[in-house]
Design a protein around this ligand. Structure first.
Ligand SMILES: [Zn+2]
Length: 304
């Protein structure tokens, strides 16, 4: 390892590593001074893996549990691409136990996450709860190579949908009806018939994400609700349920692969837009709102 890597592993700066090499640090219990072994090569330091592991082990032996083994640190750092797993800033990393050390003495990377000092403090203060931590971890996991494969699979799944031509028409009709008769005051955000918190949990959608994704288009989402329920719009309603049924089936096979809806929301819109082609910004906005409506109306996604 070089100085930079050592700094990343220990969640500190390259300057601090220089200090550790030249002056060492006091061990927490015995208060003995220990230097990090290194070899000077062309004015820079090379630290052998063994030297690095021995240094960490000395600290761990005195205070078991506070210093994860190098392989765990390496694995978590790589997973997070050497950025904070929460705020994504390239800051020195700390290694948080999602399943608390006090509850289970583990170094299981699957239950740990690399975070910066600031986010680690937020966790300690309870501002980032356990469920959020798990979702950040899940995001890191999904960002790996599997996602690329799943994305391609999802794309071909959507591409074969017979409902897409109907969808394009549907968007046009909805746009027209909303433009004609949308009375903002009468459009409430009444989808309280669905227990949305529960539905989000089952479909792995965080509250923040839902607020950002769905509530941004709340007016349109509510307008769709009104539009579908109006007996005058019988034809629109039929097209709507035809499209929704088709997408529901496709999404079910996706969720069988363990993909949460946060991923599906975005990908569904992007892939449909690509395949349908030539969608203007208004149609894209409508499409996003339509997908959100299908979700809150429980026509797609797992039900609460
Ligand atoms: Zn952070």
């Amino acid at each position: 390892v070089d100085r930079k890597e050592a700094a990343a592993f220990l969640g500190t700066t390259t300057e601090a590593i220089k200090e550790l090499i030249q002056k060492g640090a006091l061990l927490p219990v015995s208060q003995k001074r220990l230097k990090l072994g290194a070899m000077e090569v062309d004015g820079e330091w090379e630290i052998e893996d063994e030297q690095f592991d021995a240094f960490q082990k000395a600290f761990n032996d005195e205070e078991p549990g506070r210093h994860p083994p190098a392989w765990v640190i390496r694995s978590l750092s790589v997973e997070a691409r050497h950025r904070c797993g929460i705020c994504e800033q390239p800051l020195p990393l700390q290694f948080h136990h999602i399943i608390e050390w006090s509850k289970l003495k583990h170094y299981e990377p699957a239950w740990m996450i690399a975070v910066c000092g600031g986010c680690h403090d937020k966790i300690r203060r309870g501002e980032i709860d356990r469920k959020s931590q798990e979702q950040y971890k899940e995001k890191l996991r999904l960002r790996s190579a599997d996602v690329v494969a799943l994305d391609a699979q999802f794309q071909s799944l959507i591409a074969t949908s017979a409902a897409l031509p109907i969808l394009k028409e549907l968007l046009r009709d909805m746009q027209r009806v909303i433009a004609d008769g949308a009375d903002a005051a009468s459009i409430g955000s009444d989808y309280t018939f669905v227990r949305i918190e529960e539905k989000n949990e089952i479909n792995r959608v965080s509250v923040e994400y839902f607020d950002e994704y769905v509530l941004e288009d709340e007016v349109h989402v509510a307008a769709f609700d009104k539009l579908i329920k109006d007996p005058q719009n019988h034809a629109i309603k039929e097209s709507y349920y035809c499209v929704a049924a088709d997408l529901r089936e496709r999404l079910l096979s996706l969720s069988a692969n363990g993909i949460g809806f946060e991923f599906a929301f975005i990908k569904l819109r992007d892939h449909i837009a690509t395949i349908v082609g030539n969608m203007n910004s208004m149609e894209l906005r409508m499409l996003k709102a339509l997908i959100a409506f299908m979700y809150v109306n429980c026509d797609i996604g797992r039900k609460a």
